[in-house]
Design a protein around this ligand. Structure first.
Ligand SMILES: [Zn+2]
Length: 310
């Protein structure tokens, strides 16, 4: 309990301690804060403990694997975890949506249903969280890589009592009945995934972007890993995507794409990576909160979801 006494918060409970406290009163909101997140929830402390733990595990895994630091002045991601499906549906108007991510004035918000019915272990929130982390990255990145790395990290699993995370697991994105996007188009500087949102091929495009990242980052025992770094470096310095590919790999996008498809005909590798020491901040400080603290954000979400339905 020595750590507790050092915290000045009203209820400075260590995160691990949450597992043994009794559920909060149903009408109460609690705030949980660590170095990266400010989470608010009306769910029982016990039921969201794993959500918070995984959120922080995932952030740390992504930061470690992608080797980037969150800038000191970055706003903390705001996380709202609802106890009931009704509360989520009241915002989105759609009971099948268990989570979403958005931002208000540059501050990222993760909104999700908590506990076993939550969406956290599914890929969508993780995918979006990678986009948040990429926004902190000062380097210019090609669209296929932004989308592909978000897909790639979304299938991460935690192993061995959360001492390891996996990379390269298959993603559960379905392959739709639409032709694949030509590789030259997909790897072009101007390819836009979101404009294809309603087109049948967009799921394929995301899957292809995942395949490229998978192949170039960890395929053939990391054969292309260094060159991927060089390609990204050249792209960031202003080269066009196809120029950088040609200069580093000596291949066209079509050739790289074909090679990645060939490699996927064999078994698809994945790896378990040990967490670096002390990269995770599981000491969520818990304080009593009030719905009024989050009401303004909820009003913004409601207005946005309402507008998207019209
Ligand atoms: Zn995306």
């Amino acid at each position: 309990m020595s750590t507790l006494s050092r915290k000045s918060a009203v209820l400075g409970l260590l995160f691990g301690y949450l597992l043994v406290v009794s559920p909060a009163n149903a009408d109460d909101w609690t705030k949980y804060e660590n170095a990266y997140f400010e989470a608010y929830s009306d769910a029982s402390r016990r039921s969201i403990a794993r959500d918070l733990e995984e959120l922080e595990n995932f952030r740390a895994a992504a930061a470690q694997f992608l080797a980037f630091q969150t800038p000191d002045d970055a706003p903390k991601a705001q996380v709202l975890i609802f106890r009931s499906a009704e509360d989520m549906a009241e915002i989105t108007g759609n009971r099948s949506i268990r989570s979403f991510m958005t931002s208000i004035d540059g501050t990222p918000y993760i909104v999700m249903q908590g506990g076993a019915r939550g969406d956290w272990t599914k890929s969508s929130v993780r995918h979006e969280m990678i986009h948040v982390l990429l926004r902190y990255n000062p380097h210019r990145l090609p669209p296929w890589y932004r989308e592909g790395i978000a897909e790639f990290m979304s299938s991460t699993e935690f192993r061995d009592g959360d001492t390891k995370f996996t990379i390269g697991n298959p993603i559960d994105r379905e392959i739709v009945r639409a032709p694949p996007v030509p590789w030259d188009e997909l790897m072009d500087d101007d390819f836009r995934f979101h404009t294809a949102e309603t087109a049948p091929g967009v799921s394929n495009a995301r899957r292809q972007a995942w395949q490229l990242v998978h192949f170039l980052a960890i395929g053939n025992q990391f054969e292309h890993y260094e060159n991927l770094g060089k390609y990204l470096g050249r792209y960031s310095a202003g080269e066009l995507s196809y120029e950088a590919l040609e200069n580093v790999f000596g291949m066209t996008p079509q050739q790289v794409g074909d090679l990645s498809t060939q490699s996927f005909e064999g078994s698809i590798p994945y790896y378990a990576i040990a967490f670096d020491e002390d990269v995770r901040d599981h000491d969520f400080i818990m304080t009593e909160a009030d719905y009024e603290q989050i009401r303004p954000a909820i009003e913004v979400f409601k207005a946005r979801w309402g507008a998207s339905r019209n």
